[in-house]
Write a protein that binds this ligand. Sequence first.
Ligand code: SF4
Length: 76
Amino acid sequence: TYVVTENCIACKYMDCVEVCPVDCFYEGENTLVIHPDECIDCGVCEPECPAEAISPDTDPDMDRWVEFNRKYSEIW
Ligand code: SF4
């Protein structure tokens, strides 16, 4: 699963949303999140993000972002 991290905050690009084959981005007021159960781990969005805000959840120190993406993808 991929996660959206803090560089996404206030970013206005939506390139990632356009390329995601399963439409698993959810939009809040200031950021996007990825629904962890819907993401198919294809990796297409990561290089498309101009803010470099998308990372695999296996990267170090991702725990709070994993939690953040899960929580808000269910609310938004
Ligand atoms: Fe969508 Fe693929 Fe990115 Fe997951 S890794 S959010 S499925 S584009």
